[in-house]
Design a protein around this ligand. Structure first.
Ligand code: SF4
Length: 256
């Protein structure tokens, strides 16, 4: 009986993983299989992925314990850090920015995403990863079975580089200590660096992201998984499969 249950759970897990991967790739609906001839009706579609995911979630929810509400044990420290950065002019990125994009999410997060720098939408709103690339990141997080509120999201530099150019070494050097303080306060179990810049900066490496990704690295006793930046995935959608592999490794570690 235990073996059958185990096998059943494995199958459910695989189905859910496949559906979530398809969702991450933007496949939200699939055509309904025709039982009767509907050739003269307009095409009907149902959200099959969502329905299956909901059913699986319902089964799992029944067996889950009630999770206590998320605490904000570090909120005071983080507010202090935010205050320290208020109106910051420590580097030249201050000249053209609209808003400082500090970071947001769960202060008790087990998983933190670290990107490179804010873009146009982020600069306007003061929130990280809210543009097109950010929406894809949200899809990836959801495909992992999480919400944005479960994780913490931030960048290495907190102000938008003009014309979205790469942050320069002096800017990274000046802003990086704030990111390190954020990481120390949140103390996550896993860090996922998004793209070349954040991966190479945290790992003090010049190895290309294509070689860094796909495995965990040690970052002060925290497991660090480098992966491609969502903005790169928008230009190279075939790399989504690699990212999904990285996310599955993260989820295994996350649930351990
Ligand atoms: S990027 Fe960082 S160090 Fe530079 S001005 Fe913005 S907050 Fe200050």
């Amino acid at each position: 009986m235990d073996d059958i249950l185990k096998e059943f759970n494995e199958i459910l897990g695989n189905v859910k993983s496949y559906i979530n991967y398809q969702k991450m790739c933007g496949v939200d609906v699939c055509p309904r299989e025709s039982i009767v001839d509907r050739s003269d009706e307009p095409e009907r579609q149902i959200d099959m992925g969502e329905r299956l995911t909901n059913e699986i979630d319902n089964i799992q929810r029944e067996t889950e314990e009630i999770v206590p509400p998320k605490s904000a044990k570090n909120s005071g420290d983080i507010s202090g850090l935010m205050k320290e950065l208020e109106s910051c002019t420590r580097c030249k990125l201050a000249e053209q920015r609209t808003k400082i994009v500090f970071g947001e999410g769960n202060l008790d997060a087990k998983l933190v995403f670290v990107g490179e720098a804010p873009g146009g939408e982020e600069d306007k709103t003061g929130r990280p990863f809210v543009g097109r690339a950010g929406k894809l990141l949200t899809k990836i997080i959801n495909a992992m079975g999480l919400e944005r509120e479960d994780v913490y999201i931030m960048n290495i530099v907190k102000c938008r580089p003009p014309e979205n150019r790469n942050p320069q070494p002096d800017e990274i050097k000046t802003c990086e200590p704030f990111m390190l303080k954020q990481l120390a306060l949140i103390n996550p179990k896993i860090i996922c660096t998004l793209g070349t810049f954040s991966s190479q900066t945290l790992l003090r490496s010049s190895v290309p992201i294509s070689k860094l990704r796909g495995q965990f690295h040690d970052y002060h006793n925290i497991k660090l998984m480098p992966t491609y930046h969502p903005a790169y995935l928008l230009r190279s959608p075939t790399k989504k499969r690699d990212v999904w592999e990285d996310m599955q490794m993260i989820m295994k570690e996350y649930e351990r």
